[in-house]
Design a protein around this ligand. Structure first.
Ligand SMILES: [Fe+2]
Length: 395
């Protein structure tokens, strides 16, 4: 249980808030790059800031404030140029650094600048850094860098605070009930066979490492040398869940849009089997939340069941009324690590996992993963799991 003040501190993401300042020390996935090919100017909201994301005619990217410095029209109506973005109203033009570089109806261009943040492209995603300079390196995570895998990007906007997603990722035990008992209940209502029969958790453990926290579990019937227990899988601090193995893996970026909305950006990567084609670019899937006639989220596969749980806790869940128990020890650890890293930032230090060493970043940062899933299958053939979304387990 947290006090109201503690809950507020851990959930606020705007500029100047303690966790908002911590989150601003990391690069955040802001959109699939392909979205900007389809529509080169997009209003975006990230960490409570309204911004304009654009692709120049030269193929560069910019992320600048949402309002023209002239008379405050939305720059989402802007027109991409070779050198930046031209406001629809009077043509004032902004370069990717936010400088006004053209005022068509004035004799000279005033030296004005609006907010602007660096953008980098990696693995089919655009990442933005909203913190103070110098920006750290964009982490070259293996899943993003590997070019031998077919990747699917599924961004879903959720009406809830980001920390609810992270609480879930440090809570292995929910898998048995949310994805087993509840998932099978949903299947039964739909007249379908059970989705999975998870083994019972015998023990869980957590370990802080260079880039975050490893989560490990041992299920009934598993030997102690199972990779689920000896390796586990990590939460890349502060807001990425990494899953899978070397042939099939996923990342879930839980990107705070603002305090009451999160973009759950899931990237699934699968190494094609012999003879299968390798895709040229990642596929972007649209998979918005769907609701039943009572207003409840339809949760027919694992990731959606997790999203249902986060949204089901309310927009910012009230942690003053929670009762954490023994299976919640990972949540307690995560909140402690969050608090410790807020303090590191306040002392002027880099927080956990920030990458500034190019030698560590190139060619990629390999993440050890030990998710095997045998304990979850429980005799249900993979083909009956309900499709691709259930094949890479989110827990
Ligand atoms: Fe889950």
């Amino acid at each position: 249980m947290l006090t109201a003040a503690e809950n507020e501190l851990l959930t606020q993401t705007g500029p100047g808030t303690p966790v908002g300042e911590l989150l601003r020390r990391y690069w955040h996935a802001v959109a699939p790059a392909a979205d900007l090919t389809r529509e080169p100017v997009r209003p975006v909201r990230l960490l409570g800031e309204d911004l304009t994301l654009f692709r120049t005619e030269n193929g560069g990217f910019g992320l600048i404030g949402d309002r023209c410095a002239h008379r405050a029209i939305s720059l989402a109506y802007g027109i991409p140029q070779a050198n930046g973005l031209r406001c629809a109203y009077h043509g004032w033009t902004y370069d990717p650094d936010g400088h006004v570089v053209d005022m068509p109806f004035e004799a000279a261009c005033l030296p004005l600048k609006i907010k602007a943040y660096p953008v980098e492209q990696l693995g089919g995603l655009l990442f933005a850094y909203l913190g103070p300079p110098p920006a750290p390196l964009l982490p070259r995570w293996d899943l993003l860098v590997r070019d031998d895998m077919n990747k699917t990007i599924t961004p879903t906007l959720l009406p809830c605070n980001w920390l609810q997603c992270m609480d879930n990722s440090l809570d292995p035990a929910h898998f048995e009930h949310l994805h087993g008992v509840y998932g099978n209940y949903v299947m039964k209502k739909l007249g379908k066979p059970p989705m999975l029969h998870p083994g019972r958790h015998v023990k869980i453990d957590f370990e802080v490492f260079e880039y975050g926290i490893y989560k490990r579990r041992l299920l009934e019937g598993q030997a102690e040398d199972t990779p689920d227990w000896t390796v586990g899988h990590p939460i890349l601090f502060p807001n990425i869940l990494a899953q899978g193995n070397s042939d099939r893996m996923s990342f879930q970026f839980r990107v705070p849009v603002d305090d009451t909305h999160t973009m759950d950006c899931i990237v699934d990567a699968v190494r094609p089997k012999d003879g299968e084609p390798l895709w040229d670019t990642p596929v972007v899937r649209d998979d918005p939340l769907m609701y039943d006639e009572t207003g409840r989220i339809l949760a027919t596969y694992i990731n959606r069941q997790d999203e249902m749980a986060w949204v089901g806790q309310g927009s910012i869940t009230d942690r003053t009324i929670e009762h954490l128990v023994t299976s919640d020890k990972g949540i307690l650890l995560y909140r402690r690590v969050l608090q410790e890293n807020v303090e590191r930032v306040q002392r002027g230090e880099d927080p956990l996992g920030v990458v500034r060493d190019a030698a560590k970043n190139f060619p990629m940062i390999q993440i050890r993963r030990g998710s095997q899933y045998e304990g979850f299958r429980g005799g249900v053939p993979e083909g009956q799991w309900g499709g691709f979304q259930t094949a890479v387990v989110s827990a």
